[in-house]
Design a protein. Structure first.
Length: 584
């Protein structure tokens, strides 16, 4: 937690050569507002009026200094696109083609109203609800002065040469980002146009196959090295993308984008929810206090202090002689006292045979217990493996039953070992008391012997009264945890305890036209599995193919025939969505 300008940062979300993104709070009088804000390491004038659009973030606060700028937006639940692309690469979880198309369409829609909108992943947000939001920070105004290292792939040849930012440069940057979303790789910074053309035509998608030809045409026009050959306005690019979306060739939806976000960032979503609750209770009074200005303390002028030299005093020799004489007397007196005392004999009690037996029993018990624990762990792992195989073959079921019987026997042995442990512990106190009696030395004085006897009496175990009735009392019934989930309720995938497990899978047949033309395809579907394990509904998420010749229909027909073990939430069977992929 730190103060940045007049706002407070509680968490740093992302870092790039542009600066930092924070989650924090803005304060006005007694109220505080949760915000997202950009901390930029350069002075940048932010316009007072911002484009009013659903895909553009509002600027609610801004600060500008010589080497520092601060831009604050209302808090939204999501992540910057730069962090999502890093996570996709790390998890090998590519962004679907349809969702890439949706993201670019929303960006072009936002920047249609704003000349200085820069489509860099650091300034674009994806929410957990599947929405796309753009920050309207006018970064391109600085491109003649600064060019951070990690943005050169997004800049047109004209901007790299030092020209002013224009609409065609915005089109080039949007095309470069679209290429990165489709392939998972940044656009190569070529010295000539041929390198860019080869990248668009030959680079594979994040999933499988090359970029579809209709999208290649849009990319090549957007990334032309000649400004006159590009789309002359971001609006023209948006219209071309809209034609593809509404033609039915692609089916991007905010629901599918939200589903993708929850699948990719499930752990992060849970962590953020916990942090937001913790941040509500933070006390900011100390960090918001103005810094204390300490008054200057004037030191008094130094005055010269005259040195006082004392003469050494003469020591009296009689004092030294007196002290030495007393020390000698004390030494002689102590020798006489200790010489007259008798040395106490140390008696080492003999270890009884019973104690040795108990020690041996304890050692044997420990060894046997370790062996049984290891055996139990191995059986547990074997059972997990057999449970999965039991769904496929009857032989695995029989083997699973045998292993369950072996596990029961192991647990019975462990119970027997626990009983032996109790018997050993009951023998121990009697042995310890007998040893204490033997440890009393024969040559101790009478007073010491009496003290030892009193201690032994105090250490004797007292008779336990009313102990047996307690054992016979029945344990109070445990309270059964109530759950709000009912059988057949629809539960999101990120909240279920056990996901649906396919037990009957039907593969679709390749359409006849696709066989003749040798057309390949990759179809991703989403099926709704009910509490009985049957498929209630099927929705297509994406179809990656050069030509859809009936792949969607055969995929839906096959998916409806699948059977599942239903999803479980709090021990109750519920409905849940499940992803299926078919390769043709």
């Amino acid at each position: 937690m730190k103060k940045v300008g007049s706002v407070v940062s509680v968490f740093e979300i992302s870092l790039s050569s542009f600066g930092k993104i924070h989650r924090g709070f803005k304060f006005e009088k007694d109220k505080r507002e949760r915000i997202l804000f950009y901390e930029l390491p350069f002075s940048l004038k932010i316009p007072d009026e911002n484009p009013q659009h659903i895909a553009v973030l509002d600027i609610i606060h801004k600060e500008q200094e010589k080497d520092f700028s601060l831009v604050c937006h209302p808090y939204i639940s999501g992540f910057p696109l730069s962090e999502i692309l890093k996570r996709c690469e790390k998890e090998n979880f590519p962004l679907p083609l349809d969702q890439s198309l949706l993201i670019i369409e929303r960006i072009t829609s936002a920047f249609d109203l704003y000349k200085f909108g820069f489509p860099h992943p650091f300034f674009i947000w994806l929410t957990f609800d599947g929405e796309v939001k753009c920050s309207p920070i006018p970064v391109p105004k600085l491109f003649q002065k600064i060019k951070p290292d990690d943005i050169s792939h997004y800049l047109s040849p004209q901007i790299l040469q030092g020209d002013d930012w224009g609409r065609t440069d915005q089109v080039y940057s949007t095309g470069a980002l679209f290429f990165e979303l489709l392939t998972g790789k940044p656009l190569p910074l070529g010295k000539n146009e041929d390198e860019v053309i080869q990248a668009v035509v030959k680079t594979h998608l994040s999933g499988e196959g090359l970029i579809p030809k209709d999208l290649q045409v849009i990319l090549l026009k957007s990334l032309s090295f000649k400004a006159s050959e590009r789309f002359q306005h971001i609006k023209d690019l948006r219209e071309e993308l809209g034609k593809l979306i509404y033609s039915g060739a692609y089916s991007p939806t905010t629901f599918n984008l939200a589903f993708f976000m929850h699948s990719l960032l499930r752990d992060e979503i849970e962590k953020e929810e916990k942090k937001l609750k913790e941040e509500e209770n933070i006390d900011f009074t100390e960090i918001l206090k103005p810094p204390k200005v300490e008054p200057e303390i004037k030191m008094p002028e130094k005055k010269e202090i005259p040195e006082i030299i004392e003469k050494p005093k003469k020591k009296n020799p009689f004092i030294f002689l007196g002290v030495s004489f007393l020390a000698i007397i004390l030494i002689v007196f102590s020798i006489f006292i200790f010489k007259g005392q008798k040395k106490e004999e140390i008696h080492v009690p003999a270890v009884s045979k019973e104690a040795e037996k108990i020690k041996k029993l304890e050692e044997e018990y420990k060894k046997k217990l370790e062996e049984l624990e290891i055996e139990k762990q191995k059986q547990k792992e074997e059972l997990e493996r057999l449970k999965k195989e039991a769904l496929k073959s009857p032989e695995a079921k029989k083997e699973l039953e045998k292993k369950l019987e072996e596990q029961k026997k192991t647990e019975e042995k462990l119970k027997e070992m626990e009983q032996k442990k109790k018997e050993i512990q009951q023998q121990k106190p009697q042995e310890e008391i007998s040893q204490k009696k033997e440890e009393i030395p024969a040559q101790l004085p009478v007073e010491e012997i009496k003290k030892e006897e009193k201690i032994a009496e105090m250490e004797k175990p007292k008779e336990k009264v009313q102990e047996e009735p307690k054992k016979t009392e029945e344990a109070p019934p445990q309270e059964v945890k109530k759950t709000s989930v009912k059988e057949g309720d629809l539960v999101p995938m990120d909240q279920i305890d056990i996901a649906p497990v396919p037990i009957e899978q039907v593969q679709p047949e390749t359409p006849p036209i696709a066989k003749v033309r040798k057309i390949s395809a990759k179809v991703t579907l989403k099926v709704l599995v009910n509490h009985k394990g049957e498929v209630e509904n099927v929705e297509i998420i994406s179809i990656n193919t050069s030509s859809n010749v009936g792949f969607d229909k055969v995929s839906i027909d096959a998916a409806k025939k699948w059977k599942f073990q239903p999803a479980i939430k709090d021990g109750i069977r519920v409905r849940c969505w499940f992803i299926i992929r078919f390769n043709f």
